[in-house]
Design a protein. Structure first.
Length: 278
């Protein structure tokens, strides 16, 4: 009897820096799965060719990253509700008959990491989301599904935050002016940076934490570097912090479950391996 080798991949452009192969191959090894997960550089316009190749090679599915998360939508036969609301797909499952289903596991990744790291975060206070890109949308949807009473969103370009509030805010998302973000921290139980500020090569996010309550949790989804200026400032004030690596790992874990049915997590060995790569 032939034993099927399990295969999956991540596609993007550029893709060489992706940590996903390390993460998924760690889980395959851990679960004793005979398989491999590879990164493929797929340029704009290359999706159709890649999908044909993936089907022919018997992949169980693949992850999708920049710049394809939205462009992949028309190729899907089915789209899960969260991915539909996100307007973006980060995980594709290929059925045996070639049918493609699109999922988005970014919001689940963000929330799972938050729950695991700070189980008692103050849920009765609003959460403040900084930024209005795809990651902000994932944070909003993830938090609304957690039944948080109110959320606030602030973005340099206010109109983009207003679009998120209108499209997925369910009347529970208030837009705050970017200039007023410091004051909004005072009212928040959770502050999430989803902007690119603080990333290697980018300016630091300027956010005054002086008014934060003692219980406020500061979450930065940036993971390059692991300790951003924002997290450093929060730690200096003895606030609880959450770094971005866990979101990456847990969105991957949700994808792994979609393809292979196994529950996997963020163990110490995986964190150590990843930290050496950052
Ligand atoms: P993703 O989809 O990965 O979340 P993105 O769509 O590139 O990322 O969004 C980047 C976010 O960082 C945006 O909210 C952007 O603000 P604008 O919408 O005003 O562009 C924010 N951002 C990037 N550079 C910034 C800067 N110098 N000051 C303030 N916000 C910035």
């Amino acid at each position: 009897m032939m034993i099927k080798q399990e295969k999956a991949a991540v596609i993007g452009h550029p893709i060489s820096q992706s940590l996903s192969p390390l993460i998924h191959n760690h889980w395959m090894e851990q679960k004793g799965i005979d398989g491999c997960y590879e990164a493929h550089d797929v340029p704009v316009g290359g999706l159709e060719a890649f999908i044909e190749k993936a089907k022919a090679a018997g992949l169980s599915g693949f992850n999708v990253t920049v710049p394809h998360k939205t462009d992949i939508l028309p190729f899907m036969d089915k789209v899960a509700p969260l991915a539909r609301q996100m307007g973006a797909v980060n995980t594709v499952r290929i059925e045996a008959d070639g049918t493609l289903t699109g999922f988005n596991t970014d919001g689940i990744g963000l929330i799972t990491h938050l729950r695991n790291t700070v189980p008692g975060w103050p849920r009765d206070l609003p959460a403040l989301i900084l930024g209005a890109g795809g990651a902000a949308r994932a944070a909003v949807l993830g938090l609304l599904n957690e039944s948080l009473p109110v959320l606030m969103i602030t973005n340099r370009t206010r109109e983009k935050a207003e679009i998120i509030a209108k499209e997925v805010g369910r009347g529970r998302l208030t837009v705050v002016d970017w200039e007023d973000r410091h004051g909004a921290v005072a009212a928040s139980g959770l502050v999430i940076n989803t902007t690119t500020l603080g990333m290697v090569g980018q300016p630091e996010l300027e956010l005054d934490l002086a008014l934060a309550t003692r219980d406020t949790v500061i979450y930065d989804i940036v993971y390059k570097p692991l300790e951003t200026g924002l997290l450093k400032a929060a730690r200096q004030r003895s606030l609880r912090t959450v770094d971005g690596l866990g979101m990456l790992v847990h969105q991957g874990a949700a994808a792994f479950k979609v393809w292979f049915g196994h529950d996997v997590g963020f163990d110490e060995a995986l964190r150590k391996k990843l930290e050496t790569m950052i």
